[in-house]
Design a protein around this ligand. Sequence first.
Ligand code: PLP
Length: 395
Amino acid sequence: MPKSRIYLDHNASAPLRPEARAALVAALEEAGNPSSVHAHGRRMKALLDGAREAVAALLDVAPGRVVFTSGATEANALALQGLAAALGAGRIIHSAIEHDAVRAPARALGLPLTELDARVDGGVDVDAFVTAAHDAVARGERPFVALMLANNETGVVQPVAALAEGLRGIDAPEGLTPILFSDAAQAIGKRPVSFPTLGVHALALSGHKFGGPQGTGALVLAEGVEPRPQLRGGGQERRRRAGTENVAGLAGLGAAAKAAGVDFATKEPERIGRLRDRLERMLAEAVPGVKIIGQDAERLPNTSAVALSGVSAETQVIALDLAGVSVSAGAACSSGKVTQSAVLTAMGIAEEAARSTIRVSLGRDSTEADVDGFLAAYRALAAREGANRIEEMTA
Ligand code: PLP
């Protein structure tokens, strides 16, 4: 892609970090199966172990708690299908702002399901979750609760640790204690996350959301928590997920995890946050009527959900694309189709605004020049659309 284009869609996929590319390419030079006992196999196993240690260190867990997968979708499926089954879940409780990679496997389970809306500021109400879990326990259903750590569209950080505490306070008999899972695909690598502090039973992450290769991820498990494998065959990943591991990709994931730790130490998220805040400030000055969804809540430092009533998200994305800026509309990252955002609807955002919201997501390669380029393109788009509307009204 020419350098002149501006990439502001890091929540869809972040560019591969140089450290990750180097580790991936180096691993591709090696031959061998990490399960083989000979020297070639042991070398691949060492690469895999190194990657596992790096991911574990980023989250403050023991390496043995990290199960490598092909991404967050697979990690979510292993949690929803494998863990829920292994622990005898009787009811799924999740927020209505979860990614489809949680909602779809949750629905497929066929268990009773409670879906809880978010507030208009983008956060969820912990008490509503605890009450739903409490009621499930009272009915004799073991609750399996899923709450994402940060929303992919708004960047709003969800109160997962507070929810864990609330769930621990439920007086449940043996076998009915609530289980808490978090899809942390958008949070990991963008802000420091300590697994033990979060207090969840399991957490999913995705490599390509923070500079690792696409097709890599992990499910991280608390001590003593074991899912039923969804892929059966060989004994890889301690029999939790069969199939020869993607050693090169995972070596890249490990390198990205290590590099993310350095980012946190050097306050890179704060730099990105300042850039994002500048973008929002200048946007509000330049384009009257523009609204930032979730602006008052605690958010990821890189994400901005920008609403311009009267101009569909699709029109905005296309106009910005023609102007050389890549952003996305709502959550429709998998189909390529632009649909009304289910996340914004679940937050109670008016239909008109929900249809007119784009997601701008920055990353470590983002610069002030990128923000300026975006602002110029957006100003032009807003002026053109405003003129069109006046023409329509006077025609
Ligand atoms: N969960 C969330 C919150 C996401 O934003 C995404 C990607 O868009 C996924 C899960 C899926 O991740 P992956 O592409 O690694 O399967």
